[in-house]
Design a protein around this ligand. Sequence first.
Ligand SMILES: Nc1ncnc2c1ncn2[C@@H]1O[C@H](COP(=O)(O)OP(=O)(O)OP(=O)(O)O)[C@@H](O)[C@H]1O
Ligand SMILES: [Mg+2]
Length: 225
Amino acid sequence: MNKIIEISDLHKVYRTGYEDLLVLHNINVSVTKNCSLTITGHSGSGKSTLLNLISGLDFPTKGRIAVNGQRVDSMNEAELTQYRSLYIGLIFQFHYLLNDFTALENVMLPHYMSGQKRKSAEERAFMLLKEVGLEERIDHYPLQLSGGERQRVAVARALINDPDLILADEPTGNLDEKNSKMVEDILFALIENHRKTMLLVTHDRNLAERGSRQMRLEHGELFEL
Ligand SMILES: Nc1ncnc2c1ncn2[C@@H]1O[C@H](COP(=O)(O)OP(=O)(O)OP(=O)(O)O)[C@@H](O)[C@H]1O
Ligand SMILES: [Mg+2]
């Protein structure tokens, strides 16, 4: 199957207090394998909401989301846990590394937790840390790394379980220009080398322009750019 994400008739309404907030309105989009789709939109336009729905961290009010032919919107908790651990790699603005674990341990942990042997988890984590240029920092704890280095560890970790789909939410939002550029370069190179599909949301138009396909989220709707 050539389509990795298929979203149809997707609506998301947040109900708070007295009013309903319609954040996503009739989203229809298919994403083909090996595509790097970037989505821009103003703050509050629903970018993170869309990623949260695709990663099954939140549920649609209406509509269908399928990833690799599996309906994410109707998975139970156990299925979602497995889906998130094996099929998607998440990268956020904040790295969410565990401070008590080294860079190597942070990267290998999801692999080890998914039932792989410690040795193979370690080897794969080392290989990925090398790819992001951190082979000399594997024993550093997050607090002993720079902001850019931490985000590179987070990128390596997102790939550890060889997921089909990488979902990135403003992955360089916390970095200065030089580090942003470095993390961007590494992220796009990794996606290409490992033949991954990526959906990345950002405010940053320069970053968005690197996507092989670009869309914009406005007034709850998605437009092709
Ligand atoms: N759990 C929630 N309950 C109610 N409203 C929410 C919830 N989460 C988000 N919202 C609202 O939905 C809208 C979209 O939020 P979202 O976080 O998706 O925006 P975003 O495009 O990612 O913004 P940013 O660029 O600032 O990260 C916002 O107006 C927000 O206030
Ligand atoms: Mg957001």
